[in-house]
Design a protein around this ligand. Structure first.
Ligand SMILES: Cc1ncc(COP(=O)(O)O)c(C=O)c1O
Length: 447
């Protein structure tokens, strides 16, 4: 018999620890579109883990690549040393990034990717004699991971509350979510492009454009509730940044690797930033890895800025380009191509959209928004208890409907693996609809 699980030693991330430990939700296996819970149920994965298992769980090719690499070479330093897989992984990644964006710096996750990109932006201006460009601009409700740089440019009140003000020299654009004008938009919301203009009319006017190093945004704000940019919004940001010599950074930790039916959000929106941060789907989440991809001009500026025998960028991680992560990344990028998963996501996205919007008339649904294989369903909060409605539905889905969803505040976020089929999409939304309905009925009868 298995001994009972000891839960007291683990301090769980982004979790209500005490609540969780009273009734742990445990996953023990995974394959394809499904997890297996520790009590033996098959759980449909509506969230690709944490927006990351794009090719489905335990893909045999990725598993084999990691196993083989672990048995061949466990670790190799990449400071003043190298190993072939690091170069191969960078080359493969550069093959699918937008034209001209083809220099790759590896790190271990999205948060390190964000801090790496912000540091590159600051250093880039300094090596070109523009040290006065020290400001960074993010966005309200932006999520850029948990490093000090990321929480500073991010726009989440919880970070300010627990960790204080963060870095100085930061400002934020307003977020573009506007349910009063755009509720139940299918795809890009029509209203709100003008909010990008605030970058120029308010923030640059206030701070002086020559003090700004970079603007960082997620093409879709995922973690804070699926906020989809209004039509032409990102293009306008691009134009303003280009006009004032400011670097535009796309944090594509969620939108990278097919989530919108294209390799990157940059491709979907046809707006090319100066840097792309990616992670998650880079290795199908099988081994942690992140990357910052920069345009050739940025890399070349660093190479031209110092003598050949000096270190051009004073930055790196022990595990940058870890051999296991590189093996996983190479295999994953091959799987995306061999199985045409980005194209598949694009083809199935209209079906996903139609199924999502069928939930429109359910109780307490205030908005449904979607793009590619991402969907947000915003619920009205229970009186005096923000977040509890969505969380109760999340628990009901897990325990009673064998479905994994994700919630943030009172917003349900769905982002299934790109291998999801029509029947599984039906299943996903019908199970979720049942959970929303049953939750509302229960609330009514308990009044
Ligand atoms: C847009 C974005 N940036 C950064 C991160 C941080 O990534 P990680 O948790 O791998 O550090 C996330 C994580 O969800 C994200 O969504």
């Amino acid at each position: 018999m298995n001994s009972p699980l000891q839960t007291e030693h683990l301090w769980m991330p982004f979790t209500a620890n005490r609540q969780f430990k009273e009734k742990p939700r445990l996953l023990s296996k995974a394959e394809g579109m499904y997890y297996q819970s520790s009590d033996g149920r098959q759980i449909l994965d509506g969230t690709a883990g944490l927006w990351c298992v794009n090719a489905g769980h335990n893909h045999p090719k990725i598993v084999a690549a990691i196993q083989q690499q672990a048995a061949t070479m466990d670790f190799a330093p990449t400071f003043q040393m190298g190993h072939p897989l690091a170069f191969e992984a960078a080359t493969k990644l550069a093959e699918i990034t937008p034209t001209g964006m083809d220099r790759v710096f590896f790190c271990n996750d999205g948060s390190e990717g964000v801090d790496t990109a912000l540091k590159i932006a600051l250093a880039y201006h300094r090596i070109r004699g523009e040290a006065g460009r020290f400001r960074l601009i993010g966005r309200e409700r932006g999520y850029h991971g948990v490093g000090f740089g990321g929480i500073s440019v991010g726009g989440i009140a919880g970070n300010r509350k627990q960790f204080g003000p963060g870095l100085s020299g930061i400002d934020h654009l307003p977020h573009p979510l506007d349910i009063t004008r755009n509720a139940f938009s299918k795809g890009l919301p029509v209203h709100g492009e003008e909010l990008a203009g605030i970058l120029e009319t308010r923030l640059l006017a206030l701070h002086d454009p020559t003090t700004v190093a970079a603007v960082i945004v997620e093409p879709i704000q995922g973690s804070t509730g699926v906020i989809i940019p209004p039509k032409d919004y990102l293009r306008r940001l691009r134009d303003i940044c280009s006009k004032h010599g400011i670097l535009l950074i796309f944090d594509e930790v969620i939108t990278g690797f097919g989530r919108l039916g294209t390799a990157f959000g940059a491709d979907y929106f046809d707006v090319i930033p100066d840097m792309i941060i990616c992670a998650k789907g880079l290795t199908n989440a099988a081994v942690p890895m992140g990357a910052v991809v920069v345009n050739t001009a940025i890399y070349d500026s660093f190479m031209a800025s110092s003598p050949k025998d000096s270190i051009e960028l004073f930055h790196g991680y022990t595990y940058s380009a870890h051999p296991l992560a590189c093996a996983a990344a190479i295999a994953t990028l091959e799987v995306y191509q061999e199985e045409q998963l980005f194209e598949r996501a694009a083809q199935i996205a209209p079906y996903f959209e139609a199924a999502a919007h069928q939930l429109r008339d359910l109780p307490h649904v205030r908005d449904i928004r979607n793009l590619g294989l991402v969907c947000g369903i915003e619920l009205s909060p229970q009186a005096g208890k923000t977040t509890t409605r969505a969380f109760d539905i999340f628990e009901k889905c897990f325990w009673e409907k064998d479905l994994l969803i994700r919630t943030t505040g009172d917003i349900i976020a769905l982002s299934p693996p790109l291998i999801i089929n029509h029947a599984q999409i039906e299943q996903l939304f019908s199970k979720l609809a049942e959970a929303i309905r049953e939750h509302a009925n229960k609330a009514n009868t308990s009044i």
